[in-house]
Design a protein. Structure first.
Lengths: 353, 288
């Protein structure tokens, strides 16, 4: 019952239900289904970015590279090596975890701007390897006919609706994981690092190790998103690992709201829709979208969910204060000051949600 | 040996271009404390404007670069006013994201005006020079000479002129500089304009050798960032040394190993340096 009173949970449920019901309306339109499914693949990678950028406050620009590793891992293993999708998928996830961990070992020695530029270099090296190593990755001819997941005779993943629900379920798991991280001590550790690394270090948080974990986790989610993208689209080229992908993800997370649970999903869906809307203009779409990104960062840096969350927080704070006043009538004065003191204090634990 | 000298001059010419682009970026970092990810897009825009004035309008080569550079100075000032100034108190991730937005805007704009196809800008400077048996195209010599002159002028401007000295003062201590009457906003505008101007000179010089395309700034962007990280963010000598070192390493590996390695060498060096010394080679103590 308590859960129903939580507007955040209700909002999240609404988004999820709308998305789950999407195939009912679009089942006949394969193109629309595909667009939404690809958008959800990107959303998974954006959840990865959310862990390192939103929670930990480190701008990683290698996410597109990890997405590309995921896509090419699944793509190459299922075609050139003729593995089944599931085994390729699992091996790819383990692979991206390993690559992410190793990159993190060096990348996390750097801080702030150095970290951002360094991860951008990592992303670019991944892109160069994929686009130049012709004997393995086929360079610009890309990988064709990536296998569909095997349904074991029960589900036929060649139908767009089945594929949609596969990605949807994995996306839900990612959302739950994000929520769980947010709630756990790990999440609080990461938020402390975002607030101040020196402070976190001083109070005994293992800064290096936590950042390492966050970076590896973000790489894994990037890999999962990429792997699913490969099987959904069926054809992948080097541009699936390009730096533009990273910037797209950045835009998704920015529109939705960094460090929120629902933000990446909502942002991915809205921006994917905008991209489709400007489809006719192809590359010119950034004449409009570029200034939108800038305006968002300047005027609404917390994104849609951050903005809505702010309204919810203010309302609940008012309620709490009103409640405190009401109870204070009968209570002792000490209790009154203590209660309203905690409610109106500057540091609001819910603020960052 | 002839090949080596040939490549050495190619490397020096490329190094001049990298230096001009990198110095602007490192100045911006020193003053505004932000890595301007849109720098490559400014470079691209400069190349296209030079192309426009040279081939469409028909002004002489050097004048075309000059006009384009002045126009880009205005663009740089506008970028500071409209994008970076409102974000001056935000967390550092926000600048970078906004810069990315600006970068996409410039690329789309160039594509809308000039199309996505590669364009070739014919150099008005033809002919070759024979140095120690190697044939060096006059364009490359022009690049090296102009780069050295511009670098010397810039050094004079920053060390001797009053406006240049304000840049250095702000770099050293923002609060202290504003206390003695230097306006940080003006200096920020000047610095971003100057960096766009330098990038345009670099682009105008190298455009006859390379092809023009709306995404031509991307590869340069990454390399220039590699250079200023190697040299230490905000360090001018670091940018100059890093620029020439990287360009020569690049042309040499491209000649003697393979072109793919040549393209990646910047990042391999970058990874190696940061793995050993995470704050760059020439970093001075940076106060925040």
């Amino acid at each position: 019952m308590n859960a129903l009173k939580n507007p955040r949970l209700l909002g999240m449920l609404a988004v999820v239900i709308v998305l789950a019901a999407a195939p009912i309306f679009f089942a006949e339109q394969n193109y629309a289904m595909r667009v939404v499914t690809v958008g959800m693949c990107a959303a998974i990678a954006v959840y990865g970015l959310n862990i390192i950028l939103g929670f930990t406050g480190q701008l990683s620009l290698a996410q597109g590279g990890f997405f590309g590793i995921g896509a090419y891992g699944v793509g190459l293993l299922t075609t050139d090596f003729d593995w089944s999708f599931w085994s390729a998928f699992i091996v790819t996830i383990i692979g991206t975890a390993a690559v992410g961990y190793l990159c993190g070992l060096i990348a996390l020695r750097t801080k702030d701007e150095y970290f951002a530029i360094f991860t951008m270099a990592i992303g670019f090296i991944i892109f160069l390897v994929i686009s130049r190593w012709e004997s393995v990755t086929h360079a610009h001819s890309g990988v064709n006919n990536v296998k569909f997941p095997e349904g074991g005779g029960i589900i036929d993943f060649e139908s767009p609706v089945a594929m949609f629900y596969l990605v949807f379920v994995i996306l839900l798991i990612c959302i739950y994981v994000t929520h769980a991280i947010r709630r756990s001590s790990v999440g609080r550790t990461l938020l402390t690092i975002r607030t101040s690394e020196d402070l976190a270090d001083a109070i005994g948080v293992r800064v290096g190790f936590s950042k390492q974990l966050a970076f590896a986790a973000s790489a894994v989610l990037g890999g999962i998103g990429g792997g699913l993208y490969a099987t959904v689209v069926g054809f992948i080229g080097p541009d699936s690992a390009s730096i533009d992908k990273t910037f797209e993800f950045l835009m998704f997370i920015l529109v939705g709201g960094m460090g929120t649970v629902a933000g990446p999903l909502l942002g991915s869906m809205i921006v994917t829709f905008l991209f489709e809307l400007f489809q006719d203009f192809q590359a010119y779409r950034f004449i409009v979208l570029g200034p939108i990104i800038v305006a968002l960062v300047i005027f609404a840096p917390r994104g849609i969910i951050g903005y809505l969350g702010g309204i919810v927080d203010r309302r609940s704070r008012k309620q709490k204060i009103a409640e405190a006043r009401r109870t204070a009538d009968g209570a002792s004065p000490e209790y009154d000051t203590a209660k309203s003191g905690t409610v109106t204090s500057g540091i609001d634990p819910e603020e960052t949600k | 040996m002839t090949l080596f000298i040939q490549q050495l001059f190619n490397g020096l010419a490329l190094g001049g271009v990298y230096c001009l682009a990198a110095i602007g970026l490192t100045l911006v970092f020193g003053v505004l404390r932000i890595p301007n990810l849109a720098h490559g897009a400014l470079y691209m825009l400069g190349a296209y404007l030079t192309y426009f004035f040279l081939t469409t309008i028909g002004v002489p080569y050097i004048a075309a670069i000059g006009i384009a550079a002045i126009m880009l100075f205005v663009v740089g000032v506008g970028l500071e006013r409209l994008v970076f100034h409102p974000l001056r108190n935000s967390p550092h991730t926000h600048h970078m994201i906004a810069a990315v937005g600006a970068m996409f805007f410039f690329q789309a704009l160039a594509q809308a005006i000039w199309g996505a196809d590669f364009r070739r800008m014919d150099t008005p400077i033809t002919g070759e020079l024979r140095i120690l048996g190697a044939e060096i195209s006059a364009q490359r010599i022009v690049i090296i000479v102009v780069a050295v002159i511009v670098l010397a002028l810039l050094a004079w401007f920053i060390k001797r002129s009053i406006h240049g000295q304000t840049i250095e003062a702000i770099e050293q201590d923002r609060v202290g500089a504003s206390l003695v009457g230097i306006n940080p906003s003006m200096v920020s505008m000047l610095t971003l304009g100057l960096s766009a101007l330098l990038a345009t000179i670099a682009a105008g010089l190298v455009a006859p050798i390379n092809l023009l395309s709306p995404t031509m700034g991307d590869a340069l962007n990454l390399k220039v960032f590699a250079i200023i990280i190697l040299g230490g963010l905000g360090s001018l000598p670091g940018a100059i040394v890093g620029g020439f070192a990287l360009a020569i390493a690049e042309t040499m590996t491209a000649t003697y190993i393979s072109s793919g390695v040549g393209e990646a060498v910047a990042f391999i060096v970058l990874v190696a340096v940061l793995a050993i010394k995470p704050t760059g080679l020439f970093t001075k103590a940076v106060q925040r």
